[in-house]
Ligand binder design. Structure first.
Ligand code: ADP
Length: 270
């Protein structure tokens, strides 16, 4: 930042321009600081699973003549490697969303499609957790967005709702339109989030209860991805929650008109 300040002073540009330049520098520094934090957090978060994978690989090597033991270590190695794969893919998604470049796949999107693909991606998780997903509310709404990014955002909310619900519970996915805004709400009747944690759950790598979150294999990135994804679409995500009663996460996005050629033939394939 230094040389730029000097050159501004040397050319004696108007104070207003200097202010603009300073503001631009502050913004760049803020972005740079965010990037540094992100790299630092990421390296820290990767250390644990990478260390576990290394240790387990070594354990397998030294247990070579004890096949039952090798099998135990190998299945733990697979689990850790899967966690690592999920973590790295989430880190890449988040850094892509944080990058300044435009989302490239923007188009008029059917909210029904976004919700359906998010629900479909979590059918197996819901079934094995004994949780039922119920899709309610309005159909035939449209937003302008990137289908994959928005489906992942809704999917992350669904995944959490399932993880933090007791078996036998229901997770609701409700859609409505309020004053030109599409609302997609994911509701669970699970463990809920304390008021103190509510303010922080959207921060990257934040886990309300690390012990519990580790058991559930969480990365602490899911909600951060949701927040950035929705913000990139000019929307917001809000949270209502009560401990032991459950949570509702609501994504709000600007509604757009149905595309002229799709309105009469909703089932048309892309
Ligand atoms: P994780 O991958 O750990 O789930 P997230 O960013 O998705 O990371 O969520 C951050 C934290 O917020 C979680 O660790 C959990 O403590 C809390 N949380 C998120 N969704 C819910 C929910 N539906 N019910 C209760 N707690 C939740």
């Amino acid at each position: 930042a230094e040389p730029r300040l000097v050159s501004v002073r040397a050319t004696r540009i108007s104070p207003r321009l200097i202010l603009l330049v300073l503001r631009d520098i502050t913004e760049r520094e803020r972005v740079e600081e965010m990037r540094r934090d992100f790299v630092a957090n990421t390296s820290h978060e990767l250390k644990t699973p990478v260390g576990a994978v290394t240790l387990l690989a070594e354990a397998i090597e030294s247990a070579a003549d004890d096949p039952p033991q090798v099998r135990i270590f190998a299945s733990r190695l697979t689990a850790e490697a899967n966690r690592l794969a999920l973590l790295t893919s989430r880190i890449m998604n988040l850094s892509r969303l944080q990058a300044a470049d435009e989302l490239t796949q923007m188009r008029t999107l059917s909210v029904d499609e976004v919700v359906a693909s998010a629900v479909d991606a979590h059918l197996i998780q819901a079934e094995s957790a004994g949780v039922e997903m119920l899709r309610g509310g309005k159909r035939g709404l449209y937003v302008h967005g990137d289908a994959q990014v928005l489906s992942e955002a809704v999917g992350n909310l669904i995944a959490n709702a399932i993880v933090y619900s007791p078996s036998g519970e229901r997770v609701g996915i409700g859609v409505k339109s309020v004053d030109g805004i599409v609302e997609i709400a994911v509701t669970d009747r699970g463990i809920g989030i304390s008021e103190r944690d509510q303010a922080r759950v959207f921060e990257r790598f934040y886990r309300a209860d690390p012990a519990r979150a580790r058991r559930t294999g969480g990365s602490g990135l899911g909600l951060s991805i949701v927040k950035h994804a929705v913000q990139r679409h000019g929307g917001e995500v809000t949270l209502w929650s009560r401990p032991d009663r459950g949570s509702t996460f609501t994504i709000r996005l600007p509604q757009v008109a149905a595309p002229a050629d799709e309105a009469p033939r909703k089932k048309k394939r892309r």
